[in-house]
Design a protein around this ligand. Structure first.
Ligand SMILES: Cc1cc2nc3c(=O)[nH]c(=O)nc-3n(C[C@H](O)[C@H](O)[C@H](O)COP(=O)(O)O)c2cc1C
Length: 217
C-alpha cells in the first residue's frame, strides 16, 4: 500500500475479530518497526508480545482491575489544559458516542473496559523502556509506536494504542514477568478489524495545519 494511503487511512480500531494474528506476521511488523530512528541509535524499545490464551488471561485480569480501581483513560496532564486541547478531547466523546449508542454501549465503560480488553484483539504488544533511560527516551518509544501502527495498517492489520494500561503497570509486570528495571510505556492492540461493528465506522477528525504550525522565515 502507498505510504500516503497508509497515513490517511490508518485509524484506531476499537472492535476486533477473534481471528488470530500469527507470530510470523508480528515478527515481520516488529522487524520493520525496529528500523525507526532513535537518539544515538540506542534502539531503546523492548516489546512484549502477548497472544492466544495468555492474552485472554491478561485482558481478564486488567478488566477485573479496572472494575476494582476505576482508573480511567485520561490525558494525564499535570496542569489545566488550554481550551483547544480540552475541546478536542470533548469532541472525541461527542463524535464517538452515536456509534456507541447504536451498539447499546456507554462511552466510559466501553473505552475503559475495552482498553483493558485490548478491544478483543487477539494480540497485544507492550512497549517497554529500561528505567536507566531518562524520560527523553519516551520520544523513541513514541516513534516506534507510530511506525508500528502504520506498518500494521500496511499489512491489513488494525491497531489501537492503549495508554490506559500504564495505570496498571505493576500488575502487568507481575503477570508478564517483566523485570523491575523495565517500565511499561504503552500497549497496543493488534488484529483484524471487525467490519460489522458500528464503532469501526468512526474516524477521528483533525484540525487544519494552521492550528499546529508557526512559520518563521
Ligand atoms: C499515547 C496514546 C495512548 C492512547 N491510549 C488509548 C487508550 O488507552 N484507549 C483507547 O481507546 N485509545 C487510546 N489511544 C488512541 C487515541 O484515542 C487515538 O489515537 C486518537 O483518538 C486519534 O484517533 P486515531 O488513532 O483513530 O487517528 C491512544 C493513543 C495514543 C497515541
Amino acid at each position: 500500500m502507498d505510504l500516503i494511503d497508509v497515513i490517511k487511512n490508518r485509524k484506531s480500531v476499537r472492535a476486533f475479530k477473534s481471528d488470530p494474528v500469527s507470530r510470523e506476521q508480528l515478527e515481520e511488523i516488529l522487524g520493520l518497526v525496529i528500523n525507526a530512528p532513535s537518539a544515538i541509535n540506542l534502539q531503546p524499545w523492548e516489546f512484549v508480545v502477548v497472544m492466544g490464551e495468555e492474552k485472554q488471561r491478561l485482558s481478564r485480569r486488567l478488566v477485573k482491575l479496572y472494575r476494582e480501581k476505576q482508573i480511567s483513560c485520561s490525558p494525564g496532564n499535570v496542569k489545566p489544559l488550554a481550551a483547544q486541547f480540552s475541546k478536542r478531547g470533548a469532541e472525541s466523546f461527542i463524535l464517538m458516542n452515536p456509534y456507541l449508542e447504536k451498539m447499546g454501549q456507554e462511552f466510559n465503560r466501553f473505552v475503559n473496559e475495552g482498553s483493558c480488553n485490548f478491544y478483543g484483539a487477539p494480540a497485544a504488544v507492550i512497549f517497554c523502556l529500561d528505567n536507566a533511560f531518562s524520560e527523553a527516551r519516551l520520544v523513541d518509544i513514541g516513534i516506534a509506536l507510530g511506525c508500528f501502527v502504520l506498518v500494521a495498517h500496511h499489512f491489513g492489520l488494525s491497531t489501537c494504542p492503549i495508554g490506559l494500561i500504564n495505570a496498571y503497570e505493576d500488575d502487568i509486570k507481575e503477570m508478564l514477568n517483566i523485570p523491575d528495571n523495565k517500565d511499561v510505556v504503552i500497549g497496543a492492540a493488534i488484529g483484524y478489524a471487525d467490519p460489522q461493528s458500528p464503532i469501526n465506522e468512526f474516524k477521528s477528525p483533525r484540525d487544519t495545519l494552521e492550528h499546529f504550525v508557526r512559520w518563521i522565515d
